[in-house]
Write a protein that binds this ligand. Structure first.
Ligand code: COA
Length: 383
């Protein structure tokens, strides 16, 4: 069978940005705790007319301008900040993107692991019908309670990936290491719009899941650690990826230095957590910054609280660097800065609602959430 993997990738984030020094001053915390202790500098904050659908569709629209829509038979939308309990976020995106009706559309959820569930499902669909292509969108708004420990790790972002045979960017290898464990480290009950979090437990659960998934990966014939050239670990905040890498080095006894993860942290430091998208924002950050990766193997660790995790690998294809350069990427300096009061007001007003209301026109992204009419969410192009 020919190679299957990521043919194209594109990331997007939210309209606003908050500098974490402002949050540190408000909370009377040393700014170094956020910059060094958590490894975060800034966080993306959605405008009132943005959500997981608009960010995901914006990322996908940029990708589809390059690839076209021919052969796309499925749209798999991964999110844990979904906008409806029944209708898939992907159905809204499908219309915004002008995809034909002959597409299988569904939403996948398992905390931050959902993006990987979508990617692996897409690979399975392409393996069955190699002429098909699958659009995967991972998109989330990571929103914690004001003044909670998770608040400085908030963020928002989306990644769209086109999965196909003979991919131009990264071939995903068939061996995966898996680990599922029923643990109450982070969850969001149906009557709450911020999660319940045991942050300390989540750090331990993540690290235990990493070694468990790694051991399964090796037991099933996955590459020895010395044959993996770069690593991207899930990043609820970038310090967590450093902790993961140190744990893997200790567990394997290998001399895998922090230089092997550095390029994959750069964008996430500026965006904050993006749940399902976070691992793939890290991959995008690496592919854009390092042009020496052709033929190299990347180890990817996906963790979703609750918990499900997977360690898998991809081999970078020749020509990827030119493709990434030609595609361009997010301009993180173009985000509109918020002061602390504006951020807190936006946070307080951004909970779930289903009563009819118009949404103020703020975002300059390609798509916006116009409001609720007849209890249904309305999305539209901004131009
Ligand atoms: N300068 C530098 N570092 C500092 C510091 C300072 N002035 N003050 C504190 N730190 C460091 C701490 O030593 C700690 O580092 P370590 O983790 O390497 O020990 C880090 O900053 C965080 O401090 P801590 O006191 O543990 O933070 P916290 O109790 O406020 O919460 C989380 C941290 C991660 C638990 C919290 O952000 C959270 O709940 N996040 C959401 C859940 C999550 O993302 N989980 C991750 C796995 S999915």
């Amino acid at each position: 069978m020919s190679a299957i993997g990521i043919h194209d990738i594109h990331a997007a984030t939210a309209h606003h940005v908050l500098d974490l020094d402002l949050l540190a001053a408000h909370r009377d915390v040393d700014p170094a705790k956020y910059r060094l202790g958590l490894g975060q500098d800034r966080m993306s904050v959605p405008a009132p007319d943005e959500d997981a659908v608009t960010m995901g569709a914006s990322a996908a629209a940029a990708l589809l301008r390059r690839t076209g829509t021919d052969g796309i038979r499925a749209l798999l939308f991964a999110t844990e900040s979904g906008v409806d309990q029944s209708k898939a976020a992907g159905v809204y995106a499908h219309r915004l993107l002008g995809l034909p009706p002959q597409v299988r559309t569904a939403e996948l959820k398992q905390a931050c692991y959902g993006g990987t569930a979508a990617l692996q499902t897409a690979i399975g669909l392409v393996a069955r019908n190699p002429d098909d292509r699958v659009l995967v969108i991972a998109s989330d708004v990571a929103r914690y309670a004001l003044d909670s420990p998770g608040e400085p790790t908030q963020g928002a972002g989306a990644v769209a990936m086109l999965v196909s045979a003979d991919p131009a960017l990264v071939e995903i290898e068939p061996v995966s290491g898996l680990s599922t464990a029923d643990v109450d480290d982070f969850w969001r009950p149906n009557d709450r719009d911020v999660p319940v979090v045991d942050g300390r437990l989540s750090v331990d659960a993540y690290l235990d899941a990493l070694t468990s998934a790694w051991d399964d990966f090796r037991a099933r014939g996955g590459a020895d650690v010395s044959r993996i050239d770069r690593f991207v670990h899930h990043q609820p905040y970038t310090k967590m990826a450093r902790k993961a890498h140190a744990r893997l080095a200790e567990h394997t006894g290998a001399g895998i230095g922090a230089d092997l993860i550095e390029d994959g942290l750069a964008d996430n430091r500026q965006i904050g957590n993006s749940y399902t998208a976070s691992l793939y924002l890290g991959l995008c950050s690496l592919l854009r910054r390092d042009d020496s990766l052709a033929g190299k193997r990347i180890g990817l660790f996906s963790y979703g609280s609750g918990s499900v995790s997977e360690f898998f690998t991809g081999v970078v294809r020749p020509g990827y660097a030119d493709a990434m350069r030609a595609a361009g990427g997010m301009d993180l300096d173009a985000r509109a800065p918020l002061d602390l009061d504006a951020y807190r007001a936006l946070h307080a007003s951004s909970g779930a609602r289903s009563d009819d209301a118009e949404t103020p026109r703020v975002t300059t992204a390609p798509f916006r959430f116009a409001g609720v009419r007849g209890r249904a969410r309305v999305y539209e192009a901004t131009a």
